[in-house]
Ligand binder design. Structure first.
Ligand code: FAD
Length: 433
């Protein structure tokens, strides 16, 4: 009999909760990764860099596994068909994997657990991608927090070294199932292409952590970690990063707590995974579904330089600075009154660090309909935001070089008109609800 370790958003061998538990059990462990066609088929861009990133991470793991005499089984298909194949091939005692908190992932896991049960195979899942999950940080009455500040206070009060301790999986690497190397299907064979562009490095410099508090809001400065992608796919351990943060920067730790917070919100309020506003009354807002205006926003041609710079940074690099994410999101929802879900979907397609919980959380916050959101009458003024956070226009000019030329468009909507329209439209929808 063997045990299966099913890797998903935890693409590393070191400090991996489920892998540690699998290896510590008494059966040899077969490492498995599934390129899930139910997810891949939704991707329109066949050069999607996230698929290339996953492929690269799997290749790196494969090299490490081969050094232990083992190999990763990399399958391509739906999880159900892949598990049916594995069940035919191996006498499996149990499948080990790490928790995933999104509704679709929870449903997928239920299906797989059900299938395995028919064969008398156990399905064990562990917390790995966050520090605290589910009901670990809740109010005294056991209900989930919906406001960040009290959540973060309790989160910090609960934290101790135990929660940050790495899982010493390496000690048990001799328990990997010994097998000749199996080739990983190429990106090409799965209908994708490599991008060739480098990914952000998997480390954080001391200097960034030390200056994070003062620099993190200025998009022209390299003042944030750019680790979103590594946290999303688990190529870096959240415990290791939180340990650094705890020792060196409380402000940075606060951001990691936002990440836990939104994962918890996603878990406890699954209606947000079905396209609904966290505060349901906001679904009565009359959005404008203007495709031409939306396209201007996507292309960075709104005539608001900071918005255009952000969108062009996103379109070119797959990254956008957090301050600018807030500005462009607020602009779409409040200045253009376009349904925030269009913007959410556009980010989901373009962001290298796309993560449902953080993205949905960020969009709902910006549109005013999220838990603990910006109040609806607070409408970011892109010009004032620029004066505060990019006063020398360094970031803007990097992405909008034609700023002073006649080629640069006039603002597509006037600020005070847009502000009043937003407040009136929100007010109308929320009245009496
Ligand atoms: P750093 O400032 O170095 O932060 C370190 C890590 O903390 C990040 O990598 C991320 O994992 C986490 N983090 C930081 N801020 C937040 C936050 N507000 N909410 C949740 N986690 C946070 N973050 C994503 O990881 N994926 C997304 O799809 C995403 N979409 C967003 C959409 C909008 C509209 C907004 C306003 C924010 C979004 N964020 C998202 C949050 C934040 O903008 C990014 O995490 C951050 O800009 C990533 O850059 P960094 O890795 O340099 O962050």
């Amino acid at each position: 009999k063997v045990n299966i370790m099913w890797f998903r958003r935890d693409l590393r061998l070191k400090d991996n909760a489920a892998l540690y538990h699998a290896l510590k059990s008494d059966k040899p462990v077969v490492p498995v990764f599934i390129f899930d066609t139910e997810i891949l088929d939704l991707l329109e861009d066949k050069k999607d860099r996230r698929v290339a990133f996953i492929h690269l991470a799997i290749e790196e793991m494969q090299t490490e596994l081969e050094a232990t005499g083992s190999t990763m089984h990399v399958l391509h298909g739906t999880p159900e068909t892949c598990f049916n194949k594995l069940l035919k091939h191996y006498d499996i005692a149990a499948v080990f994997t790490n928790h995933d908190y999104e509704l679709s992932a929870i449903e997928r896991d239920k299906k797989i657990a059900h299938l395995l049960k028919e064969y008398d195979v156990a399905f064990h899942t562990y917390k790995d991608q966050v520090i605290f999950d589910k009901d670990e940080v809740v109010k005294d009455d056991g209900s989930p927090y919906t406001v960040y500040t009290p959540y973060s206070k309790r989160w910090k009060a609960k934290l101790n070294d135990l929660y940050l301790r790495p899982y010493p999986a390496k000690k048990y690497f001799h328990n990997f199932f010994q097998h000749a190397p199996i080739k990983i299907p190429s990106l090409h064979a799965m209908g994708f292409e490599a991008s060739g562009e480098p990914f952000p490095p998997k480390r954080i410099s001391k200097a960034i952590l030390e200056q994070y508090k003062d620099q993190r809001d200025f998009p022209a400065v390299h003042g944030t970690s750019h680790l979103g992608l590594h946290l999303r796919f688990g190529t870096m351990s959240i415990r290791a990063l939180a340990k650094h943060a705890q020792q060196q920067s409380e402000t940075f730790l606060n951001e990691l707590i936002w990440r836990d917070f939104y994962q918890c919100i996603t878990y406890h309020f699954p209606h947000i995974c079905k396209g609904q506003a966290f505060k349901r009354e906001y679904d009565f807002i009359e959005w404008r579904y203007d495709e031409a205006d939306f396209q201007k926003w996507c292309d960075g041609k709104t005539g608001y330089p900071i918005v255009d710079a952000g969108m062009r940074e996103l379109n070119t690099t797959g990254f956008m600075h957090n301050r600018v994410r807030m500005i462009v999101a607020s602009f779409l929802a409040k200045h253009l009154m376009i349904d925030w879900r269009w913007g959410e979907a556009y980010f989901a397609e373009k962001l290298l660090d796309f993560d449902f919980a953080a993205n949905n959380g960020g969009w709902q916050w910006s549109a005013g309909c999220g838990c603990d959101a910006a109040p609806y009458f607070r409408v970011f003024n892109p010009t004032l935001q620029t004066e505060k956070f990019d006063k020398d226009l360094e970031y803007v000019r990097k992405w909008v070089p034609e700023l002073d030329s006649l080629d640069y468009p006039q603002p597509m909507v006037e600020h005070s008109f847009a502000r009043n329209r937003a407040i009136e439209t929100y007010k109308k929808a929320l009245k009496d609800r």
